[in-house]
Design a protein around this ligand. Structure first.
Ligand SMILES: [Zn+2]
Ligand SMILES: [Zn+2]
Length: 281
């Protein structure tokens, strides 16, 4: 209950945030992103739908959980969570991922594949409800420093999802170095490119090391953890990751002053949407 009150307060505060005019989705956007909570984001382009970090159970008394009704609709595959082609997991922390829930979800949704770090596969296989038949639908990212790519067909389009991923170390320094945190760049239907970065570090060095990867393709809208915007500013961030627009996620229940005072864009309200489209200029 205490959590719910804090959550309502965050919604009220969030409504005061300015939203850049370019952020609102319009009918001819090739794709739309819709926020659930924390780092959980749905992106859809026509029939092609993906979810990032949607199934988790830990708030650590700091981050919003997915609203129970939203979570129930997601698990049941009710609109807008019907026909999800792929679930992406950034890393295994409990505010992003629950192995048992993902096993249940995949068992229930036989058309959905999962793109996951190697560490998530270990947790899924160790969970009580693991079923060997799920293995065929896991696309497992190795814990290596170099870029990894993958193309997944869906909805009659062999190139529905073009995925390029790199490991960007987890924020928090050496104590978190053992966590495989994946930054996924996903192009849907050859039209709209999004990036989800998990809990990527604000240390600049890993981004410099992956410069060629980031420059290889422009991201139309990226979803960085809010601390990257807070620490670098939007301009530097967009430059470093080669993104036209950024919408910060992982915003704590109690909105940081740096977020409320910022002119940058953040996802804070469940269900709010942003368009994903190539820059006009
Ligand atoms: Zn984490
Ligand atoms: Zn996190």
């Amino acid at each position: 209950m205490k959590c719910q009150i804090a959550y309502v307060a965050s919604l009220v505060a969030a409504s005061l945030l300015a939203l850049p005019a370019s952020a609102h989705p319009v009918a001819d956007d090739p794709a739309t992103a819709q926020f659930l909570a924390n780092e959980a984001v749905l992106v859809f382009a026509g029939e092609t739908k993906i979810l990032f970090d949607p199934l988790y159970t830990q708030s650590y008394n700091n981050y919003p959980l997915v609203d129970p009704a939203m979570r129930a609709a997601l698990m049941a595959g009710e609109a807008p969570y019907d026909g999800v082609d792929a679930v992406f997991i950034s890393h295994i922390h409990g505010d992003h991922f629950d192995a048992e829930d993902l096993n249940t979800y995949l068992a229930t949704h036989s058309e959905t594949v999962a793109v996951i770090p190697f560490q998530a596969r270990l947790d899924m296989r160790a969970a009580a409800n693991w079923d060997e038949s799920l293995e065929a639908r896991l696309h497992v990212m190795s814990f290596i420093s170099g870029p990894q790519s993958l193309t997944i067909g869906a909805d009659g389009d062999a190139r529905a999802l073009q995925i390029e991923a790199v490991h960007i170390p987890h924020a928090g320094g050496a104590g978190r170095a053992h966590i495989q945190n994946m930054a996924y760049r996903v192009t849907l239907r050859d039209e709209a490119t999004v990036m989800h970065m998990g809990d990527a570090t604000p240390d600049a060095a890993p981004y410099a090391a992956q410069h060629a990867h980031f420059q290889a393709r422009t991201t139309h809208r990226a979803f960085p953890p809010y601390w990257l915007i807070q620490q670098w500013g939007g301009e530097v961030l967009r430059e470093r990751i080669n993104a036209d627009e950024v919408t910060g996620i992982h915003v704590p229940i109690r909105l940081p002053g740096a977020v409320t005072a910022s002119s940058e864009d953040f996802f804070t309200r469940p269900g709010e949407q942003r368009g994903v489209h190539p820059h006009e200029d």
